[in-house]
Design a binder for this molecule. Structure first.
Ligand SMILES: Nc1ncnc2c1ncn2[C@@H]1O[C@H](COP(=O)(O)OP(=O)(O)OP(=O)(O)O)[C@@H](O)[C@H]1O
Ligand SMILES: [Mg+2]
Length: 254
């Protein structure tokens, strides 16, 4: 593998005496697309929460670009290069599409607090630059014509895409997508697949994908990690996983 972008070592977490995730191991290289699958309640979202600093793991470690991320908060993890979307869409519903993306760019803004408060030239220059970058990003997702629409008025599939665009605006090295195709119709799913291809090809970003849509997972992921009851039960190529009796018994056959 090329240099690892994200690495999890023996990650585990316990909630009130119950081990929700145990011994979770993962390594993702540059531009790689790895799928994380398993039955409902297996611990997939919990793994995302540990990887992004929402939960502090009770065991193990997370590395981003080779750096140990111990005790980091979500905003620190975001700054270090990890971005995510949520199982339930989280947008600034009353803000426009463009504003949603611009808010995310702000995470990496250079101007200082005083420039912002006084609206000094540095602020306006940077503000114009963010506007331009925001529109450019929307263009990549074929959403530039929607820039001034209120986020909550967009069709479901477009809201999902906007969430991904917003995650990308933080300039991540790795993107975690939690069931992005859930609730999408076939046309929206096809569009999502196109978006994922663009992210890898044009942005060189690694992706960890949680998804129950098996035809999507099997067709776009290079590798899969399968978990059940908080434990890894299989790892391999989609082809290997599809014919693994353990996986069929725990998940695919159900
Ligand atoms: N904050 C928490 N406190 C207590 N238990 C939790 C907490 N977060 C998650 N769990 C438990 O951990 C287990 C794994 O949940 P998780 O949401 O990670 O599953 P999942 O694989 O994402 O499932 P789904 O496919 O339904 O989204 C569940 O039993 C859940 O109830
Ligand atoms: Mg989940």
């Amino acid at each position: 593998m090329n240099q690892s972008v994200l690495k999890a070592e023996k990650l585990g977490i316990t909630f009130g005496g119950l081990k929700a995730v145990e011994n979770f191991e993962l390594e993702i290289g540059e531009s790689e697309l790895v799928g994380l699958i398993g039955p409902n309640g297996a611990g997939k979202t919990t793994i995302f929460n540990m990887l992004t600093g929402v939960y502090q793991p009770t065991e193990g470690a997370v590395y981003l670009g080779g750096r140990l991320m111990a005790g980091k908060k979500p905003h620190q993890m975001a700054k270090a290069g990890i971005a995510r979307t949520f199982q339930n869409i989280r947008l600034f519903k009353k803000m426009t599409v463009l504003e949603n993306v611009k808010v995310a760019f702000n995470l990496n803004m250079k101007y200082n607090g005083l420039q912002t408060v006084l609206r000094l030239p540095g602020y306006w220059k940077e503000e114009a630059e963010i506007d331009r970058k925001g529109r450019e990003l929307l263009k990549v997702f074929h959403m530039e014509h929607l820039a001034d629409n209120i986020a909550e008025n967009l069709p479901y599939g477009q809201q999902r895409k906007l969430e991904i665009a917003r995650a990308l605006a933080t300039n991540p090295k790795v993107l975690l997508l939690d069931e992005p195709a859930a609730g999408m119709n076939p046309t929206e799913t096809a569009e999502l697949m196109e978006v994922i291809a663009i992210i890898r090809k044009d942005f060189h970003i690694s992706i960890l994908l949680i998804e129950h849509d098996m035809s999507l997972v099997m067709s776009i992921c290079e590798r899969l990690v399968v978990i059940d009851y908080g434990q890894i039960i299989a790892k391999g190529t989609p082809k290997e996983i599809a014919s693994d009796p353990k996986v069929i018994g725990a998940y695919l056959g159900k």
